[in-house]
Design a protein around this ligand. Structure first.
Ligand code: ZN
Ligand code: ZN
Length: 256
């Protein structure tokens, strides 16, 4: 698999970090992991084939993760590049995703699901397993952030996997969920003294890393308070493995 970070930031406007969006190329297709407002143009900036995007994963409905979904569908509905597309697009997310899309639709009479190609919206439950793309197995875990928030573990047929926590508070369950993964992509909103329980700070993330023992950790969803801090060096104080701080445009390969 290949990962491209489109947005390593949060809801707070930042000159170098767009809000949450990550592009994943799997063996059988492409998935957008969260769809912030910036993702629409960030995909084009990174020369990614948004015209043929196969699936979108929405972790939860905070606007720094879903604010680009309606604009993207508005784009594909009217762009000349997608006029000839017939391949389906599947949008996955927790309970309420259909209602959210209808609310966007009603706000402007957009008919966002009427596209030149078929669009399917699939609400998935926590603790389930399904095929997100042919040969790409997905497992979900409810996380302590909002009622619909889900972490996802994606596994290729050869066993290579990535776990994406998205926004979450600390829970032991996440460490077990991510056990042995090649890439543990965690939110790490804060360095220390986090102001809320529904996000992770560095010590939480490293505690999860110690439990999961992944090959690599990628920290994303970084608030501006991280500016100027050597994140990998701080992480090493708590966990000796390889921690990478996400930056917009970062590319990584995930192999078994
Ligand atoms: Zn967020
Ligand atoms: Zn959130």
């Amino acid at each position: 698999m290949r990962l491209v970070v489109l947005g390593s930031g949060t809801s707070v406007p930042h000159p170098q970090r767009a809000a949450s969006a990550h592009w994943l190329d799997a063996a059988s297709g492409s998935v957008l992991l969260d769809a912030s407002a910036a993702c629409v143009h960030r995909m084009a900036q990174e020369n990614l084939n948004w015209v043929e995007l196969d699936a979108i994963w929405i972790s939860h409905f905070h606007l720094d993760h879903v604010g680009g979904l309606a604009p993207f569908l508005f784009g594909t509905k009217h762009a000349p590049q997608t006029r000839e597309r017939r391949k389906p697009l599947t949008i996955y997310g927790g309970h309420g995703l259909k209602k959210l899309l209808s609310a966007f639709d009603e706000a402007g009479d957009y008919n966002l699901l009427k596209q030149p190609f078929p669009v399917e919206v699939r609400e998935v439950a926590p603790g389930t397993e399904f095929e997100l793309l042919p040969g790409l197995r997905a497992q979900t875990l409810s996380t302590p952030h909002t009622s619909e928030s889900l972490a996802v573990r994606l596994t290729e047929e050869d066993g290579a996997s990535i776990v994406y926590t998205s926004d979450t508070g600390y829970t032991d369950a996440l460490g077990a969920f991510a056990e042995g993964t090649q890439l543990f992509m965690m939110e790490c909103s804060f360095w220390r003294n986090k102001p809320v329980e529904t996000h992770l700070e560095l010590s939480d993330a490293m505690r999860l890393a110690r439990r999961a023992a992944p090959r690599k950790v990628l920290l994303t969803h970084l608030y501006p308070e991280w500016d100027g801090i050597d994140i990998p060096a701080e992480a090493r104080k708590d966990w000796p493995g390889q921690t990478i701080a996400a930056t917009d445009g970062l590319r990584m390969t995930i192999e078994r």
